[in-house]
Write a protein that binds this ligand. Structure first.
Ligand code: 6LW
Length: 504
């Protein structure tokens, strides 16, 4: 899947380079190829892996954790639990991925020769405390694992055994909360320790320290934070959780997470935390982050756009493409394209999106403005299309009991806001996200329009709902919207699903 939202325009490229809920990016280079991994929380499969040749155009080539033996997410585990903040590295001819599963197994290490997979079974790391583990190797072959806080322990990455106690090596800027997301690198004469601090919300930032040895002592950069948009009007907010990489020409770049809030005050972001790219210069042995904007200067090397993702998935293949997300697991008996060829069949478990075990298959909403359609056959069950933030925050259009209903679940409030009789035969459901021009301080970020299409394609709107309630600022947590198909009873078939970007 090519996930860059926009082609380059003249001498600029569009940021985010990976739009939608692709947070906590970690990047590595292997020859001419770049690979990037992101957090995935309660979704299955976990840890999306993306590939690029130019740092601008990214294609999702797989998910590192695509088997239950690698990704144990108990069916009752909370949303925004699960998989946090991976680090992806290429070392000694292999790819290494270290990640935390906060809902079951703690810190885990995986390896692969091909980052598209298969990835190994997990190596457990009981001696590695906390979250956001990083991996770095020194010239003597020691493997250093650095975690949020900022702590560090030496590791045998082949067995998962820790070698010696963990030590606090830095606490970030005095007074700043949540020093996290460490990455340690040998660059020139120094070891650099890059962290995020200030929390992953509006005060997020990136700071750095350096030392002569991988375990410190570390001297903080006098210019910290080297990147933050806190307290600014910048359209990209919450900037932090970065990783460094060299471009094809040896120049330095940073990938990081940021959000695009919409509406009035306080601003609501609905797509989750997205991956952005920024240039980096070095001045007096410290990195200086260059322009980070929605339209960024193009890098100087030839750009290599991949094939664009088709709007329609016809469910003609035996396996789902890697961008499809389920919740916590995806047992073949509940989700298959083999039962009715050319259709996706979902078998109900939980009865609604309120339930953590609901059968759901969705795509990240990657554009502020987009349209999603699906053709559903509910002859043997009920189900529909939902815009989901978590179990307590979702809007659904569902074909059930002879009706098509729009249901809004916002925290403790739950209401069927519109309904009409279901037309006979399969029915096309439609959801559209429409960004709003800001007219006053309380304008929401967007409107979510839900309805059905008549056989001749005429759209019949059933409801138009305020999008702010499906934002991270309202729901809390770390994820963004995912728009997906679900089954609420029996077996439901989906002939196709269209995702059509209508703007950025
Ligand atoms: C992650 C932490 C963070 O572990 O959010 O933005 C947490 N940074 O580093 C979840 O993604």
């Amino acid at each position: 899947m090519r996930v860059s939202s926009m082609p380059e325009t003249g001498t600029t490229v569009s940021n985010p380079v990976i739009p939608g809920f692709y947070p906590d990016p970690s990047i590595c280079r292997a020859g001419e190829d770049y690979y990037l991994a992101c957090s995935s929380f309660e979704y299955f499969p976990g840890v999306p892996i993306l590939h690029s040749r130019d740092l601008v155009h990214w294609t999702q080539i797989g998910n590192a954790l695509d088997r239950p033996s690698q990704l144990r997410l108990p069916l009752d585990s909370p949303s925004s639990g699960g998989i946090y903040a991976p680090t992806l590295r290429h070392h000694d001819g292999r790819f290494w991925l270290i990640v935390t599963n906060v809902s079951s197994d703690g810190n885990l290490l995986f390896t692969a020769t091909d980052p598209a997979g298969p990835w190994s079974e997990p190596i457990k790391l009981p001696g590695v405390p906390g979250i956001d583990p990083d991996l770095a190797w020194d010239g003597e072959g020691n493997c250093w694992c650095t975690v949020a806080g900022v702590g560090q322990v030496r590791l045998d990455p082949h067995t998962g055994e820790t070698l010696g106690p963990d030590r606090r090596i830095w606490s970030g800027t005095p007074g700043a909360k949540a020093p996290e997301a460490p990455h340690l690198y040998r660059i020139g004469d120094y070891w650099y320790l890059l962290i995020a601090e200030g929390g992953t919300e509006r005060c997020h930032g990136v700071s750095i320290a350096r030392g002569r040895t991988p375990d410190g002592p570390f001297e903080p950069c006098p210019a910290n934070p080297i990147l933050t948009h806190r307290g600014t009007e910048h359209p990209i907010q919450n900037t932090g959780h970065a990783d460094l990489v060299q471009g094809p020409d040896g120049s330095w770049w940073m990938v990081l997470l940021g959000v695009r809030p919409g509406g009035g005050t306080p601003g609501w972001h609905v797509l989750g935390r997205e991956t952005f790219l920024a240039p980096v210069d070095w001045v007096d042995g410290w990195p200086v982050v260059g322009e980070l904007s929605l339209e960024a200067p193009a890098p100087p090397w030839p750009l290599q756009p991949g094939a664009a993702t088709p709007v329609r998935d016809d469910f003609d293949l035996s396996e789902l493409a890697p961008h499809w997300l389920s919740l916590r697991d995806r047992p073949a008996e509940a989700c298959t394209t083999k039962e009715r060829p050319g259709w996706l069949t979902l078998g109900a478990r939980g009865a609604s999106l309120d339930d953590t075990d609901v059968t759901f298959v969705g795509r990240r909403q990657q554009h502020l403005s987009c349209r999603v359609r699906t053709l559903i056959d509910t002859a043997a069950g009920s189900g529909g299309l939902a815009v989901r933030l978590d179990e307590q925050h979702h809007y659904d259009i569902e074909a059930v009991d002879g009706e098509v209903r729009v249901r809004a679940r916002i925290g403790p409030l739950d209401s069927v806001v519109a309904s009409r009789p279901t037309p006979s035969g399969p029915v096309a459901l439609r959801v559209e996200a429409v960004p709003l021009p800001v007219t006053d301080a309380r304008t929401g970020p967007d409107t979510i329009v839900m309805g059905i299409e008549e056989q001749d394609g005429t759209f019949v709107e059933l409801a138009s709902l305020d999008g702010r309630y499906l934002s991270t600022e309202v729901a809390g947590g770390f994820t963004g919207r995912v728009i997906g198909m679900f089954a609420s009873a029996g077996s439901v078939h989906f002939d196709w699903y269209d995702y059509e970007p209508l703007g950025r």
